[in-house]
Ligand binder design. Sequence first.
Ligand code: FAD
Length: 332
Amino acid sequence: MSGVWVVMEERDGRIGRISWEAVAAGQRLGAQLGLTVNAAVVGAQTETLAAEVAGRQALGKVVRVEHPLLAAYTADGFSLALQHFFEAEKPDFVVFPHTYQVRDYAPALAARLGQALIGDVTAIGADVAIGDGPVFTRQLMQGRLNGSYRHCGGGPCFLSVQAGAFRADAATAEASAAAVTVFSPTIEPAQIRTKPSERFRGAAQTVDLGSAQRIVSVGRGIKDAANLPLVQELATALGAELGASRPICDNGWLPMERQIGSSGQTVSPKLYLAVGISGAIQHLVGMKGSQCVVAINKDPGAPIFEAADYGIVGDLFEVVPALIEAVKAAMQ
Ligand code: FAD
């Protein structure tokens, strides 16, 4: 067995932040179990990506799983390539970022190796009972329940980690670069049953809260859907995505995909600005990974202030316009 392997995902020529979060999760497993943590990058030309991974993190080794048929992503290509690689490597754990791509191919990969994928993991249990292995937490029923999972039987344990559940900056960096090697899987063109077309690109306003660097989030303090443009204007001025607490989405004022919290998205932006949000636990669990939290609330006793780095006690209808003006002035 060869320790923990993290499968990094490329997006637009770079390694995405959620892959670094997966490394942090892998390092946590490695530290708990005394296992080496390694990384794999998959594609047709992965030299630059592998160098980025090897130079940035404390890893045992980095392997480029390369084949010309992996130039464009296909579920068949990626699952076959990684099947061959992991059959040779015999890992203890394989950690993926829980991206759309991973959701597409990783369950098939796990099944090819006779395993299940423990998907969308939000925590890894610290108490490791000897012989039983770590406990993984997944949310069930839209966050109403937490389920505990443990991998049983032989063979590798496959898991994917939820965006924002592990902090990318918690991953251990190391000055010396890990060794990089190449693995060439055997793939025949006939084994690729789908023809890749252009990679999906959402419209500019597509919601990607998981990787947003700045989020302005609005709560019931906004009182009416007609007032939302005020908060949207602040978000636009800051170059931020718009998020929301559950009541805003339940009311249909914003789409569900903008909901942050236990039954919504988990986010970890550099800046999280909470406007008229009380700070219920179900909301806090979705944004507690944010680096800097600013809260605007007229109630000085609102729990959101306990999670905030900066708090503004005041009426959002006075504070937000003043902030917009100040941000615009600062940008000039
Ligand atoms: P409120 O709690 O009503 O808070 C509004 C805040 O606005 C108050 O603090 C008030 O002081 C402030 N305010 C009012 N007027 C102004 C003003 N003019 N200026 C400034 N401040 C003002 N919630 C989520 O957000 N995400 C989830 O994923 C989620 N999942 C849930 C799952 C379950 C199973 C359950 C039971 C609940 C869940 N909730 C979730 C709901 C959660 O418990 C809270 O009800 C919700 O987060 C409250 O939203 P809020 O803060 O916008 O509203």
